[in-house]
Write a protein that binds this ligand. Structure first.
Ligand code: PEP
Ligand code: MN
Length: 277
């Protein structure tokens, strides 16, 4: 990949991206929270529950990229204020999506990390804009993008002077219809060879099915992912966005109880799982 210069592994040590007090690329990072910020009560309740279960960071969209313009689009600035409150009450850093280059600088004042969603992976104006702010960037894989295209997008952000990029595999579109997308777990060890940037997995959007989130999270950890981002809702059936795929608080707790021992086991082996040197 000759155009991948700044993101390429090239013998560089793995990058650790600091998001608030959390070091992504250090120990396994669990990001959890609702798809969208819907209300103060829903967000705070969910934030407190994921914190109690051991999450390291809170997710929640204030701007939602919806397929239909008639669907809930997010609360905008109200949502960002709710996220600020959730951060204050839980101590969890927050990641939230930004859709429009014009919003980047002010959204960055509320968020600890800016998410670039799958639909915007190749929005080059947006990539350059998040490259110019100091906040870390969570760059999700486009649903029909190759690893090379994806790394080129990381290159856009890095090239503007922002070294804090985390890659997130969130499933790609294939002929399979049972799952929402197809989780390309192979991308994880492949990226660990190709780039020094941290790589995390979104098993929620990859599968679209709550029952598949835990097994794919464990799989992600085993193949060398440095974290996961999972949708959790205090009352999934009432969710205004992605209701069918959110974990309940109980399911998230059970996932955490399976995940942490596997993390401990792999660490006890004295090696990172399945990562090329
Ligand atoms: C999300 O995280 O809620 C989201 C919209 O994800 P993606 O961009 O991966 O579809
Ligand atoms: Mn979602």
């Amino acid at each position: 990949m000759k155009n991948i210069k700044l993101a390429a592994r090239n013998g560089r040590p793995p990058t650790v991206v600091k998001v608030g007090s959390v070091e992504v690329g250090g120990s396994f990072t669990v990001i959890a929270g609702p798809c969208a910020v819907e209300s103060e009560e829903q967000t705070l309740k969910t934030a407190q529950a994921v914190k109690a279960a051991g999450a390291n960071m809170l997710r929640g969209g204030a701007f939602k990229p919806r397929t239909s313009p008639y669907s809930f689009q997010g609360l905008g600035i109200e949502g960002l204020k709710i996220l600020e409150r959730a951060r204050r009450e839980t101590g969890l850093p927050v990641v939230t999506e930004v859709l429009d280059p014009r919003d980047v600088s002010w959204v960055a004042e509320y968020a600890d990390m800016l998410q670039i969603g799958a639909r915007n992976m190749q929005n080059f104006a947006l990539l350059k804009e998040v490259g110019r702010v100091r906040r870390p960037v969570l760059l999700k894989r486009g649903m029909h993008s190759t690893l090379e295209e994806w790394l080129n997008c990381a290159e856009y952000v890095l090239g503007e002077g922002n070294p804090n990029v985390i890659l997130c595999e969130r499933g790609i579109r294939t002929f399979e219809r049972y799952t929402r997308n197809t989780l390309d777990l192979c991308a994880v060890p492949a990226l660990r060879e190709l780039t020094h940037l941290p790589v995390i997995v979104d098993p929620t959007h990859a599968t679209g099915k709550p029952s598949l989130v835990a097994p794919m999270s464990l799989g992600a950890l085993a193949v060398g992912a440095q974290g996961i981002i999972v949708e959790v809702h205090c009352n999934p059936s009432e969710a205004l966005c992605d209701a069918d795929q959110a974990l309940t608080v109980e399911m998230f707790g059970s996932l955490m109880r399976r995940l942490r021992p596997l993390e401990g086991f792999l660490a006890g082996q004295g090696r990172e799982p399945e990562v090329a040197g």
